[in-house]
Structures are given as C-alpha cells and as structure tokens.
Design a protein around this ligand. Sequence first.
Ligand SMILES: *[C@@H]1O[C@H](CO)[C@@H](O)[C@H](O)[C@H]1NC(C)=O
Ligand SMILES: *[C@@H]1O[C@H](CO)[C@@H](O)[C@H](O)[C@H]1NC(C)=O
Ligand SMILES: *[C@@H]1O[C@H](CO)[C@@H](O)[C@H](O)[C@H]1NC(C)=O
Ligand SMILES: *[C@@H]1O[C@H](CO)[C@@H](O)[C@H](O)[C@H]1NC(C)=O
Ligand SMILES: *[C@@H]1O[C@H](CO)[C@@H](O)[C@H](O)[C@H]1NC(C)=O
Ligand SMILES: *[C@@H]1O[C@H](CO)[C@@H](O)[C@H](O)[C@H]1NC(C)=O
Ligand SMILES: *[C@@H]1O[C@H](CO)[C@@H](O)[C@H](O)[C@H]1NC(C)=O
Ligand SMILES: *[C@@H]1O[C@H](CO)[C@@H](O)[C@H](O)[C@H]1NC(C)=O
Ligand SMILES: [Zn+2]
Ligand SMILES: [Zn+2]
Length: 845
Amino acid sequence: MPQAQHPIVGLAFILFLIWLIFPDGEYQSGSLALSDLAAERLSRFHDALDVLNTSHWGDFTPAPPPSEHDDATPSYLNLSGFRAEDNLAWEDLGRFRERSLEFSRHAIPPVAGQDLWDIGQGEAVWMNASGTVHGEWIRREGSVPRGYDSYNLTHNATGMDWIGDKSDWARNITGKFGRMMLRIDGNKTVSEYEELVEDSTPVSGGLIRSVKGTTTIEDTDGSGHNWEMRLWGVHWPHQGVILMTTTSEKFEGIFGLPHLTPSEDFFQSSQRLLNQSLARTIARKEENIYVDQTMPWTSDLENPMYTTNPSPHCEYIMYAQVHPPGQQILNIDMDDISRDTMESIIGAIESELQSPQGAPIPKVPKLQMSVVIYSPDCAFFLESKGPPDFSPSEAHHLMGMKSEVHVYQIKTWILVYALVVFAQVNLLKNQIKESCTPSTMGRVSFWTTAIMVMVDGMTFTAAATWVSSAAATFLPTLALLFSAFLSMCIGGSFLAKIWEVQLPEARPRRDRDRASGNSGSTSTSAASSAVLTPTPTGAGPLLPAPVTASRQARPPSPPIIIPSDQDIDAEIADSAAAVPNATTGERTAPAPQSFQAIVGRLILFSLCIIFLAISSTTWYPSLRCLFLNACTLAYLSLWIPQIHRNIIRNCRRALAWPFVLGQSFLRLLPVAYFWVKEDNFLYAQPDRRAFVFFCAWVWFQLLVLAAQDIVGPRFGIPVGWTPEAWDYHPVLREDSLEAGGLPIGLVSDDNSDPDQATTTPTSQDDDDQTKKRSSTRTMDCAICREILEVPVISAGDEDSGVAGVFARRLYMVTPCRHIFHSACLEGWMRFRLQCPICREELPPL
Ligand SMILES: *[C@@H]1O[C@H](CO)[C@@H](O)[C@H](O)[C@H]1NC(C)=O
Ligand SMILES: *[C@@H]1O[C@H](CO)[C@@H](O)[C@H](O)[C@H]1NC(C)=O
Ligand SMILES: *[C@@H]1O[C@H](CO)[C@@H](O)[C@H](O)[C@H]1NC(C)=O
Ligand SMILES: *[C@@H]1O[C@H](CO)[C@@H](O)[C@H](O)[C@H]1NC(C)=O
Ligand SMILES: *[C@@H]1O[C@H](CO)[C@@H](O)[C@H](O)[C@H]1NC(C)=O
Ligand SMILES: *[C@@H]1O[C@H](CO)[C@@H](O)[C@H](O)[C@H]1NC(C)=O
Ligand SMILES: *[C@@H]1O[C@H](CO)[C@@H](O)[C@H](O)[C@H]1NC(C)=O
Ligand SMILES: *[C@@H]1O[C@H](CO)[C@@H](O)[C@H](O)[C@H]1NC(C)=O
Ligand SMILES: [Zn+2]
Ligand SMILES: [Zn+2]
C-alpha cells in the first residue's frame, strides 16, 4: 500500500535533511572559525618572537665557513623555514651576504684605498628612501638545486592543508632576465641607537626605521607571469641599506631577519627594533582579532586573510643599497666635498620636498638602488643589472623617483591632461557652431563623434573614481573631472542632435518615400530623366540622373481604397499581399533603435573596456600589451567612420579643418606620454615603434580626408560599390546639348540668345575665339548676381585631368539643372535644401 508508507517516507526524508544540514559534533570541532585560526597563528608568532628575543648573533650558521674551525657544526633557529629539517637551500646565505656587500661597496666606492662605507664614513645617501624605482634584473642559479619535490609541506607546517604544493610554485622565476619595479614605503619615525658592538664591520650607522616594500617582477622570458609581492623589513638610513623578507606560513622571515644581516652591529639594531615593533603589531592584531582578519606581514597581496589551505610561494630575501645622489647634484668628483656638506645639501632637499617652503634647492636627483634578491627555498638569485658586472651605459640598476617627486609629476601631468581635454572642448564648441543647421549636421559621422564622447566618458569615469582616494592629487583630478564632464556633456548633446537629424536615414525606405510624397516628380520632364544616367565620378558622357529619377523608376505604390467599414489596416495588408516583392524586403528591415538604446549600449561597452583594462594588469605582459595597443588603435581610427560617411553621402568635407587637425593632435598627446616618455608616472614601458605606427595611421586618415576634400569623396572607389548620389560637380559636355543635358542657362545661351551672356571679349582673333567658345561659357549666378564661368568640354575631347577637377569645384549643378557658384550654393544649402530659383528639393551635400 503505497499511500500508508507516505508519511514514513516523508519523515525519513526530513530526518535525512536534518542530518545533512546539521553537522555532527566531531566535524564542528574540526572546523575552525577564522578568529580561532587567527588566535592559533598569533600564538605561534609569540613563540617566534621569543626565539627572536632570545637568540644571539651566530645562532644561525647553516653553513659555517670551512676555514674557521674544522669542528664547526651548523646551527639553526626554531623558526619555520630556519630549521634544519625544513631543508631550505641555506648553503647560499654566505654568498648572498658577500654579494650584498659587493654591491654596497661599489655604490659607495672606497676613497684612497680605504673602504669608507664599512666604517660609516662613505658618501652621504638619502635619509628617506620612500619612492619607486624600476629597472632590469638578471637571474643567477643557486649552488644547490631545489624543486617543489624537495619539500614535504604536509609534514612540516602544522594544521595546514597546502594546495598545489606538488606542482610548480608561484613566484618561481625561470627566465634569465626581465624587468622589475620596487616601491618602498618607509616609516616616518627614525629610531636612534648607540653603536652596541665594538669592532664589528661593517657598521650600521646608528639610525634605523621599519619599511615595507612592494615589488613586481616580470618574468616575461620564463613563466610569462608578473609576480607582485610585499616584503617587510628595516632600513638603516645612514648606510643606505634596506633588508626585507617575505613572510608566510612556511617561512617566518621577518622574525629571522636580524640573522640575515651583514654584521653583528646590524643584527643588534634590527633585533631591538623588530622585538618592539613586531610585539606591538601582534598585540594590536590580538585586540582586533574579530574585526581584522588579515595576516600581519603577509607577502601575498591577493589573499591576505588567514587561511587553512594556503598555496606555496617561493620566498624572497631582498637586500637593497640606496646609491648616493651626490654625483648627480654636483656633476663633479666628490673628493673635495666633505661628507657633512653633502649631508646638509641632501637634508635641505629632503626637507624642502617634504614641506615645500620655496627654499632654493638644486634639481632633485633621481633615486637609484641596487638590489640582490635571494630565494632560500627555490634556490636562485636575482640581481639588478648594472655596474660592476655591466657597463654603466648598458644598465644602471634600478632608477626612479622619490615619492614626493612622483606625486608632483602625477599632479602636473593630470593638470596637463585636463588642459588638453579643455582644448578639445573648445574645438568641439567651434565645430558645433559651424554645424548648426540640419544640412551640415547631416554630414557629420555619428560614430566619429561617438568614439570621442566615449573616450571622454571613460576619462570622466576614471577621474570620478580616483577623486575619492586622490589624497595629494585631489585638485588636479578635480580639474580633469570638470573638463571631462564638459567634454562629455557637450559632445553628448551634439551626438543627440546628430542622431535626430540622421534618424530618417535609419528608417525603412518606404516610410521615407511616403513622408516626402511624390512632390518632386512632376517638375522634372520625362525627356531629361530619360537621358540622364548616373555618372558619379564624372567619367561618362552625360549628367548624372537626378535623385527624383530613381523614384519614378520604382513601381508606384498601389492606391489604398478606404472601405466603408474604415478598416485601413486590413486593406493595407491585402495590398501588401498583392505586391509582395515591393514590400516584403522593407518589412523585414529592423526598426531603428532609439537614441537611449544606443547610448546605453555605448556606456555598457565603455564599462566593459574599463573592466578589461583593469583586469589586464594581471595578464601576461605580451597579451596586455597587445590588448592596449589594439584599444588605442581602435580609438585612433576615429576618422574612419567619417571617411565612410563622406563616401556614402558624396560629401566633400563635413568637419572644419581646425577641428580635424586639432582633435587628431590633442588625442595623440596622452598616447604619446605613455608610449614615448621613458619615466612616465605609471612606469609603463614605452613602445616607440607602436607610437610611430599610430601617428602614421592617423596621418593616413587625415590624408584621405584631405583627398576627399580636394579630389572628391569617391575618388578611386568603383562606381558600383556606393549608393547613387547626386554629383553636384559634373563634367559638362557639348555633345549632350541636344539631349537637353546641360544646365538651363547654358543651353539657351548657346542656341538662340547670344547677348544674354557674352561668352568672350570680342577683341581676340577668330581662331582663339572659336576655341574659347568651346571651352568656357559665362552666365549669371542667381544667388550673388556675379558672372559665373563654366568650362564645357567640346564633343570628342577627353576630361582634362587634375586641372579639370579643380575647375569643376567652382560651380555646382542642381538636379533641376540650375547652376551656381559653389560657394554661393553651399552657403545657401547650410540653411535650406531647396533650389533658390525653382524651389525644387535638393539632395543634401
Ligand atoms: C625578551 O627576553 C628578555 C630576556 O632576555 C625577557 O626579559 C623579556 O621578557 C623577553 N621579552 C619578550 C617579549 O619575550
Ligand atoms: C620549537 O618551537 C616549538 C613551538 O613553536 C616547540 O614546540 C618545539 O619544542 C621547539 N623545538 C625545539 C627544538 O626547541
Ligand atoms: C622552479 O622552476 C624550475 C624550472 O622549471 C623547476 O625545476 C623547479 O622545480 C621549480 N621550483 C619550485 C619550487 O616549484
Ligand atoms: C610527508 O610527511 C607525511 C607525514 O609524515 C608522510 O606521510 C609522507 O609520506 C611524506 N611525504 C613525502 C613525499 O616524504
Ligand atoms: C618538521 O618535521 C620534523 C621531522 O622531520 C619535525 O621534527 C618538526 O617538528 C616538523 N616541524 C613542524 C613545524 O611541524
Ligand atoms: C613607525 O614606527 C613607530 C616607532 O618605531 C611606530 O610607533 C609606528 O607604529 C610605526 N608606523 C607604522 C605605520 O608602522
Ligand atoms: C619620508 O617620505 C615620506 C613620503 O613623503 C614621508 O611621509 C615621511 O615623512 C618622510 N620621512 C622622513 C623621515 O623624512
Ligand atoms: C625585547 O622587548 C622586551 C620588551 O618588550 C624587552 O624586555 C627585551 O629586552 C627586548 N629584547 C631585546 C633583545 O631587545
Ligand atoms: Zn554666386
Ligand atoms: Zn532649380
């Protein structure tokens, strides 16, 4: 009985659900809340801090120098990553120290054979190393091989469920060389200390502060990735030494950092500073354990939260030496300037940078550093490229700007960009004034304007997003925001007007015909429309057909008889069914979109581009470069839609030349900044070849526009490719006279009425006169009442090339066969699309 079982089955199902939803006791105790996890990690940090507090110089000698004692045993620290069983490649620690000292001694060279850097008497360096530097690195192999299979992470890091530890680790640099960027943020407070140790070389200089560094290493040559990471450490300003490490679940680098320093003096000072500052950080984290779930000193910028299943990264130890700026300030040898003088000059520059008071300072030198990076678990070295291994002309380690200079540059360039956008607004305003009538607005391409408005809109969006967090760059960003807003609004309203004017083109053809009616057909004689055939390029013997001719050629739409019951719709449907070939094609044409729909799509498209551009920072560098170049190329193709529209409409020039040239130049400027300038504020790698290509591309489009203006918009385009359009500058030929193809004034002049318009002065001899008669006729222009000279090609002659092209530019012939000066009729047509004589409708220019 299935019905009786029903409640039992339902109950069982509910129980099953409850069993599924409520976790059992064991499972619950096994799953740690994030705050429990944090507490556990923090207690381990306490243990590590104890190790740091109680250890001494020499407690960590994983590979003692063989020369000292034969019985020297390696000693290790009880910190993850520093234990013997962790099996890291500490054999190279000695090499790392040696290489670091080599770089330092090269940056601050010995004077008269005495190594002044070792005793703290070398050239003065920046006290404040905050800033951004970038340059090239080269990779050097470690002396012992290590791979991911050398480590048993499941065994050693307690409670961790590692993901991906059995495949290539992240940050594993495999390329031979590449580029890197390093940003250093120093703590404001510098602590002073007494020199603690007698005769320990090198000395550390008595000043110390904590620093944080963010570095991006591009491994284009190897894995193709960009690795971004954060390192924490200390800075000894007097000696210009910075030592930083990464910290993670398998490597408590910051706690072991004092043991990686070059000498006991460095060890003592850093141990004292870190003992205090790390304890303070741990205490603060413990206070906010339920609020702040980010790990302290994490090297991973993407996942800074506590986690039970981390993924392994290669760990890094970085030694950086700040180079003395003296050489750059004075451009002479430093021998005759004492360290104290130099120190005071540098101090003056730094205090002026920090709080500008208008004190006279020399040009601020660049920040320069040399860097040695050592990875103890992946067993390799990265060194900044530069002397002494490479010649100074080839590479110069890492170069960059101090952060104040950097901020100043950003402010200046944002302001310059705001001015550029403002100049664009001015050009746009003038163009709008020029294209104020429907006839002139109809020539402007919607998409050319749309591209400009879209890019201005993106600038506006970017500025509006940035302005909320733009601490020091607030005012320049506000200026940019304002000018981009102006540009977007004015451009947007222009776009709306263009759309309105050009809307009839998008409507299906039948609607247009019905709206305009058959008004034009009556005034054109059947004879003329029969002889006039389309010759858009002026190559044929006759005048092109008037636009009205095509109307007549089409079968007339069947008359609609309104029945007594007034059912028009049914009647129309019937007549449509009766003539299917006349209506079905037009019926299927999609209805035009509204302006709002188009704008909505444009906005959506720009947002997509913005998101792609933001996410492109994490792509492979080559792919990102391709994407940015493609976007820029699409942007700089902005005249292509205009060229296309000129061809379709047979219009010579839609936009004023100042507008076209000015916009091309102004829109290339920001591109030039990033593609050409070496030390741009984003540290984007310049790509001059691509920029030259962009310039050539824009130049080519301008050339085409100029050619369209001078030679004609359809120059070199096969006749069949373009829709028919009225050619206002036809070739006038004598042999079409009889057929009635010449403009009205000329026909009467030639046949019967010689005194209405004399052709040439009678003073010349007969031969010349007859020749002239066949080539030039004169008559009055109805608009300005001045004489109009028209070249007419005699029967049998060929069109006379470029000269003829220019001559034809001077007159315009309307479809109703009236002839005017070009300037006169163009001026007239700006306001009215009607023939001034017979009020016939004129096709737009
Ligand atoms: C550091 O070690 C000293 C003894 O060397 C001890 O008195 C002090 O409590 C320790 N501090 C911490 C934070 O463990
Ligand atoms: C190392 O430290 C852990 C605590 O982090 C402790 O349990 C262990 O006994 C220590 N090992 C040695 C050899 O001191
Ligand atoms: C790093 O890459 C090298 C070369 O591909 C590989 O042999 C090594 O095992 C990798 N190391 C790690 C820790 O993944
Ligand atoms: C890693 O350690 C775990 C726990 O001791 C052990 O079961 C496993 O076999 C080890 N794996 C390797 C590859 O040594
Ligand atoms: C790592 O493994 C060794 C045994 O090989 C063990 O003595 C040590 O405690 C482990 N370290 C951690 C942090 O679990
Ligand atoms: C900078 O150092 C001082 C003293 O060493 C400390 O009180 C302060 O918290 C540090 N600031 C930061 C941002 O680490
Ligand atoms: C170092 O430069 C940073 C960035 O401008 C500034 O905040 C800090 O106060 C400066 N520190 C010193 C000691 O000059
Ligand atoms: C570390 O700091 C504690 C106080 O927090 C202090 O008692 C101890 O002497 C310090 N140890 C060292 C090595 O400076
Ligand atoms: Zn005129
Ligand atoms: Zn007319």
